[in-house]
Design a protein around this ligand. Structure first.
Ligand code: FEO
Ligand code: CA
Ligand code: CA
Ligand code: CA
Length: 622
């Protein structure tokens, strides 16, 4: 090499074996503990969590939400023992949330149950502090906040204020209530959090004629995912508290019905955790689809900023937003952070990726001038930029983007800028749909990780495949990376670099739907670590991790039965890392990371954050 390897951080733990237990497993010398399990009160307005599911909607409004996902640690005064932990609450386990699961009377959901479900979604900002080696949430801190699927938020960028988003609630199209199904996350160079709206479309129902955009994102035709639209509201129903989830057109325009409510969802949403009085802001210029996180390229003074975001569904695309404003490093220090967001995130160009052969690729601009495959421009086919953004997927189809194997999270190497993105799996990639150079396996049950290198000022990129998921016993076509029992993985999902250059890879292998692939039959979901070299050293289109060097990919953590491992955060001194256990079935017991201490062996499951530290208090991973 060129010397990079000599400076590179080295992993200092032994890879863990496969595990299938109701506990969290960490390497020797490490300890894991639970913080912020769902229902943990953030202030005195919430009653303590009930092991019988008896908490109210008001309790949930003032407690940690359910099904933790993307996450970030924002230090206070650069501290590694006090900060703001911001956590997405993606969706809910209705069975665990209510005393006896969800109910419905005469086809209508009870209002209080629905309010509780709405309040269990969204985002939590939690003021956390470490005393000794014990992390805790500081109850009643002024920083503690909940954003739910009913919290008023601002719309910003090209779609804001257009007819697309005018509703009886916001006749000017400037606001919408709630953020939904927040999966991966991102941050910005100016210290804000980005939460990504992923499977929001399923919460809306249109029993009438659906628009092309509604069909393309998967709005429901009969009943919403949780049937929220069936609940009868009280006086607040005047404002469509529940009716807004039924977007069937009934009047002559969107000010008389809720047809436009759905157009307020599907965005990256910016939150300023440091300012408890700030309003969450939906950045419509960055596209509308099933966003799975957002990662920014290394900021360069005087150059535009780039943000990358995957669209997680089968055969969907990878997007890049490039700011019109050029980066001014002084903006990283400003205290009016949402205003900085307006500067960089409201004006710019959204691109979608086309992966070509031989490691070449091109970013296709989703702007009115871009020509589609049929020779017409996007402007001729879709209209103005707001219409293009509302149907981002349709516009990406039109210009010939490359259909991928479910794009999940994105991570950017802290010093060389290489971009890594998890393609979790795609069991629908059959012979009829065919493969393409960046998605080369049919029936891709294991997924892979693609990476590229680009420049925010250019529209071409180079790419390769970093690693192919596989079981250790997979044949040569499946186990292209030569994985072993000690690092076999499938369905990579969460992915993040820490600032030392360690890449952390998390899996969501569908174990909650049955152990349906060879890796799922061998181990629970996990987090692995690797220190990748720069892409300039890569040979062609990979895999980069192959039989010769796969030993550098090590398993660091294995979670409890059926749970997904997702979300990654760390303190600036690297002595604490945080991850999330989502949708466990028999974990955790009594606030420990171990379920085996429950006397009857059964617990009401609680998605939770887990903090991992070394027993000797040293830096994690090395
Ligand atoms: Fe919510 Fe794509 O994972
Ligand atoms: Ca995910
Ligand atoms: Ca997933
Ligand atoms: Ca999941």
């Amino acid at each position: 090499g060129d010397g990079d390897d000599d400076k590179a951080v080295k992993l200092g733990f032994a890879s863990l074996p496969n595990s299938m237990t109701d506990a969290c497993v960490v390497p020797a010398g490490y300890v894991a503990s639970v913080i912020g399990a769902w229902g943990t009160p953030l202030n005195d307005q919430a009653a303590p969590w009930s092991n019988e599911g008896r908490n109210t909607s008001q309790d949930l409004l003032h407690s940690t939400g359910m099904h933790h996902d993307g996450m970030h640690y924002f230090p206070l005064a650069d501290s590694s023992s006090e900060g703001l932990l911001v956590v997405n609450h993606e969706y809910i386990d209705e069975k665990a949330l209510h005393p006896n699961g969800p109910t419905s009377v005469g086809g209508k959901r009870p209002a209080e149950e629905v309010r509780k479900e709405i309040n269990a979604h969204g985002v939590a900002v939690m003021h956390v502090r470490k005393q000794g080696s014990q992390w805790e949430i500081i109850q009643n801190s002024r920083y503690n906040r909940r954003f739910t699927s009913a919290t008023p938020m601002n719309l910003s960028g090209p779609v804001a204020g257009t007819d697309w988003v005018k509703t009886p609630f916001s006749t000017t199209g400037s606001q919408v209530r709630g953020t939904n199904n927040n999966c991966g996350n991102g941050t910005t160079p100016w210290g804000t959090y980005i939460t990504a709206e992923e499977n929001w479309a399923a919460c809306f129902v249109n029993t009438g004629e659906q628009t092309a955009a509604q069909k393309r994102v998967g709005v429901q035709a009969k009943l919403g995912r949780y049937q929220w639209e069936t609940a009868a509201g009280d006086a607040s129903e005047q404002q469509g508290e529940f009716a807004r989830f039924n977007i069937t057109a009934t009047g002559t325009d969107g000010l008389q019905d809720w047809r436009n409510e759905v157009n307020g969802f599907g965005y990256l949403v910016e939150i300023d955790p440091y300012d408890p009085g700030s309003t969450a802001t939906k950045r419509t210029a960055m596209g509308r689809f099933a966003h799975e996180g957002a990662a920014y390229g290394i900021p360069v003074a005087g150059k535009p900023l780039a943000f990358y975001s995957g669209d997680d569904s089968r055969f969907e695309y990878i997007y890049r937003f490039v700011s019109e404003a050029l980066w001014d490093p002084k903006d990283a220090e400003r205290s009016d952070r949402i205003a900085v967001g307006h500067k960089y995130l409201d004006k710019g160009t959204l691109y979608v990726a086309r992966f070509d052969a031989e490691g070449k690729g091109e970013w296709l601009a989703l702007t009115p001038a871009t020509k589609g495959k049929d020779g017409r421009s996007l402007g001729e086919a879709f209209g103005n930029i707001d219409a293009i953004l509302i149907n981002t997927r349709g516009a990406a189809d039109f210009v010939g983007a490359t259909p991928m194997d479910r794009p999940e999270w994105t991570a950017v190497h802290p010093s060389n800028g290489d971009v890594y993105l998890t393609l979790t799996n795609n069991t629908s990639r059959n012979a009829e749909r065919g493969t393409n150079p960046a998605n080369p396996r049919l029936n891709n049950v294991n997924g892979h990780i693609v990476r590229w290198h680009d420049d925010a000022g250019a529209n071409t990129f180079r790419w390769d495949i970093f690693v192919f998921g596989s079981d250790a016993a997979g044949n040569a076509d499946t186990n292209r990376s030569g994985l072993t029992e000690m690092n076999q993985l499938a369905s990579p999902d969460g992915i993040a670099f820490d600032d030392r250059g360690i890449l952390w890879i998390q899996t969501d292998n569908g174990i909650d739907g049955g152990r349906n692939n060879a890796v799922a039959k061998a181990t629970n979901d996990q987090m692995l670590a690797v220190v990748p070299g720069a892409m300039k050293d890569a040979k062609g289109t990979g895999p980069v991790i192959n039989a010769a060097n796969q030993a550098e990919l090590r398993r660091f953590f294995v979670g409890p039965n059926e749970a997904e491992i997702t979300g990654f955060a760390y303190t600036p001194d690297h002595t604490s890392i945080f991850l999330n256990i989502q949708h466990p079935v028999n974990w955790p017991a009594y606030g420990t990371a171990d379920a085996t201490r429950a006397p009857d062996g059964k617990v009401r499951p609680r998605s939770s954050t887990v903090v991992i530290q070394k027993v000797d208090g040293g830096p994690i991973g090395v």
